[in-house]
Design a protein around this ligand. Structure first.
Ligand code: GLU
Length: 309
């Protein structure tokens, strides 16, 4: 698809007057310590630049959404003093935007329909390109090209580079290391990579999130480029793991931070991120110091680090 220079470091983000960051939880359960790390790092990163911090609820995966969790996430952020700017954004309200991005990728002959079942593909490996010949063409009459019982994939080829503020220069052979990812699911829902790429390109200049998403970032940048969209700057912070080596996640039943006292947990998250010591008497005083003291260069560039609150 393309080959680019190792020096390219992100696009529009770069033209933005004011830095814009975001926290983008899926409403699939309570926030845990790992989510707090991503929120804190992203918040400090843009607030230090006098930027805006958005809250986007990634609620496109209806079947996985947990009723009440979007509200609970907002209440927890408030208790932890993480104040977002502007109205909450909801991915479920951006479906037209995703659909027109898909139309554009189809027009560019980059999308193909795939009905390979999970079982028919080598497990845990990169998609081998089985259905690449099923390139979709737009039906002039109906404008409908969804094929029943097929997912839509984007053909990704070439070498992609980007600069990550924590993990350093990233170089990805798309075909071998990422493969043709699904952008529209068999159950007719937009896939995370397309929705996230389109939303981030639209309104975010600085994406700071967990290193578990690093492997998806090249795919998201490839999608943004295919759509001629601006590309944010990226930083991927280490993922917190428990004593068994499992990522702290809603899935692993990590303890919800809403059940913990905010200030000590904020300080623990701050220390985990390798920052200079803070002694604070209140949550608001913690943030006042944190925004001044934040140094992204101090964040460890390991992919996973052991820590539980
Ligand atoms: N919604 C995704 C999640 O909760 C994160 C998206 C992102 O930060 O890119 O895992």
């Amino acid at each position: 698809m393309f080959t680019d220079s190792p020096l390219s470091d992100g696009g529009p983000g770069c033209n933005e007057q004011r830095a814009v960051g975001r926290f983008a939880p899926s409403p699939t359960g309570d926030l845990h310590f790992g989510s707090l790390l991503a929120a804190m790092a992203s918040y400090c990163d843009v607030k230090q630049q006098d930027g805006r911090w958005l809250l986007r609820i990634d609620d496109i995966d209806g079947p996985r959404s947990v009723p009440g969790s979007a509200d609970a996430i907002q209440r927890t952020l408030e208790v932890f003093g993480l104040e977002w700017d502007g109205p909450v954004q909801w991915q479920s309200q951006h479906l037209d935007r995703y659909r027109s991005s898909l139309d554009e990728l189809v027009k560019k002959a980059l999308v193909f329909a795939c009905n390979c079942s999970r079982r028919s593909l080598p497990s845990g490996q990169i998609y081998p390109g089985n259905c690449r010949n099923n390139i979709l063409t737009r039906d002039q009459q109906s404008n409908d090209y969804m094929v029943p019982d097929h997912a839509l994939r984007i053909a990704l080829t070439g070498q992609l580079y980007f600069q990550d503020k924590v993990q350093g220069t990233q170089s990805t052979q798309l075909e071998e290391q990422v493969g043709d990812i699904i952008i529209w699911r068999r159950d007719k829902l937009v896939a995370y990579a397309l929705a996230c790429a389109v939303d981030d390109a639209q309104s975010v200049s600085h994406v700071v999130r967990g290193a578990d998403l690093l492997s998806n970032t090249s795919a998201q940048i490839a999608i943004m480029r295919a759509l001629n969209l601006p590309i944010p700057r990226y930083a991927h912070i280490p993922v917190a793991i428990d004593s068994n080596g499992d990522k702290l996640s809603k899935h692993s039943k990590a303890q919800p931070i809403s059940s913990l006292a905010a200030l000590p947990v904020l300080i623990q998250a701050w220390n985990f991120l390798g920052q200079a010591m803070i002694e604070a008497e209140s949550v608001s005083n913690f943030w006042a110091q944190a925004i001044k003291l934040w140094q992204i260069e101090k964040v460890p560039n390991t992919m996973r680090m052991c820590c539980e609150p």
